[in-house]
Design a binder for this molecule. Structure first.
Ligand code: PLP
Length: 430
């Protein structure tokens, strides 16, 4: 699989390079040079396959020159070894695609686990590797669990002290073994800056085999393409011509994966990009001006991003496919409306959480009666226990994966946002 750098098209790499380096020169994102295309006959066959077989088939069209089919299937089987996506009807013609039944209860398990398995598959058995990543919550947990107990791979996760929920913290700071977590006295941006400084230190990078695991890694997007096909296979065929999908967006990775699925021939009628008050994209689609504001804290905190990393990939895909960017609908929903929507959903019998509620709200505002609407459930409601319980005035039952960690010891270290301190930590604890 060849990929090119969006900031310098002359830089081309294969999948292995892309997954290992994350970004290209000038911090450019990698994008596939060739996009496979499935015709309606292929699609019919794909739809009949089970999730693992189909995912192997789809991804083999991208990377079969770098990994054999049996090996790829083995890695995918292991990566997706949890409850697959399910479709839960909410109204007569609207359903939620629940992607949160994995080990860390968010859709990020798909991408993180695929990436972890591919990295370890290609890793030289005797060399060691350090995965360094900053998280505002869900990514850290998904990455930690995905790499947990992998040989010669050490994971170091930085997060802003006191700014992620207690349950989120319990999910990944209680693992121990090869997972090291550091609570930083500062914001998410401070954490991200420390990661950048580490990557800029060439000697350090080489010495400890530094690798990032953030959402710009192309492997995560590839994995996410698979569940859009699964969703389509789960939808009754009478609706297949009218499927509209609403995606709650932060870094726009999830939406990019959906659009790539469409470009491969999955006949989704349209995609809708739903955001919270961090509305750079809906404003841009409205007035053509790209003007990120300061990031605002909302109750859908995984989407509190005003400079979405994956947006250049969305634009590139539209350019390559000759699609009109204005066919992409996008709207922002305030916290006040999100709260109301959560309550509305609860009244009609569906317990949700703020991120999915935003996608639902934008969906009902933009779909036709004759459409079949799907909104993505990106996290389990109990991950946002306090918010959901106080808005709906209910008590949530924690799923086992959370309940089982509540009383475990938190192994986190504590650090000021000081690069030299972090560097010492990284050099010591191999
Ligand atoms: C990460 C995340 C999002 C945003 O997904 P992107 O791919 O970054 O757009 C939405 N909801 C939840 C719960 C998340 O964890």
């Amino acid at each position: 699989m060849k990929l090119y750098n969006l900031k310098d098209h002359t830089e081309e790499v294969n999948f292995l390079n892309a997954i290992q380096s994350g970004l290209g020169k000038k911090q450019g994102l990698f994008f596939p040079k060739y996009l496979p295309k499935f015709n309606s006959h292929d699609l019919k066959k794909l739809i009949k396959m089970d999730f693992i077989t189909r995912s192997t088939h789809i991804l083999s069209h991208f990377i079969s020159d770098e990994i054999s089919l049996p090996d790829l299937k083995k890695q995918i089987k292991y990566a997706f070894s949890f409850t697959p996506p399910i479709i839960v009807p909410v109204t007569k013609n609207i359903s939620c695609l629940e992607l949160f039944h994995g080990p860390t209860l968010a859709f990020k398990d798909f991408g993180a686990r695929f990436m972890a398995n591919m990295l370890s598959y290609w890793k030289n058995k005797n060399s060691s590797m350090t995965i360094l990543t900053a998280t505002s919550g869900d990514t850290g947990a998904a990455v930690a669990h995905a790499f947990y107990c992998m040989n010669n791979i050490r994971v170091v996760i930085l997060y802003p002290k006191g700014r992620i929920s207690i349950l989120q913290e319990k999910l990944f700071c209680t693992l121990g073994k090869n997972i090291h977590t550091i609570a930083i006295d500062g914001s998410f941006d401070d954490c991200q800056y420390l990661v950048k400084q580490s990557f800029n230190d060439k000697k350090l990078k080489e010495k400890i085999g530094l690798n990032s695991a953030n959402s710009i890694n192309i492997s995560r997007l590839l994995a996410q393409i698979c569940y859009y096909f699964e969703a389509f296979a789960l939808i009754p065929s009478k609706h297949h011509n009218n499927v509209v999908i609403s995606v709650p967006c932060g870094n726009f990775g999830n939406l990019t994966a959906g659009l790539i699925a469409k470009s491969l021939g999955l006949p989704i009628k349209s995609f809708i990009a739903a955001t919270n008050a961090n509305d750079t994209v809906p404003r841009f689609l409205n007035n053509g001006v790209w003007k990120p504001n300061n990031t605002i804290s909302t109750i859908s905190n995984a989407m509190d991003i005003s400079e979405p990393n994956n947006w250049p990939r969305v634009e590139e895909l539209f350019r390559r496919k000759n699609w009109n960017l204005h066919t992409l609908k996008s709207e922002s929903i305030s916290d006040k409306k999100t709260i109301k929507t959560l309550q509305e959903l609860y009244k009609i019998g569906y317990v949700s959480e703020p991120h999915a509620a935003i996608a639902y709200k934008v969906l009902i505002k933009n779909m036709k009666k004759t459409d079949f609407g799907l909104f993505l459930g990106t996290a389990h409601p109990s991950k946002f226990q306090d918010t959901v319980e106080s808005i709906l005035n209910i008590k949530l039952k924690l799923p086992y994966s959370l309940q089982s960690r509540v009383n475990l010891k938190n192994f986190s270290h504590h650090m000021k946002p000081d690069f030299l301190k972090l560097k010492n930590f990284l050099l010591k604890k191999i």
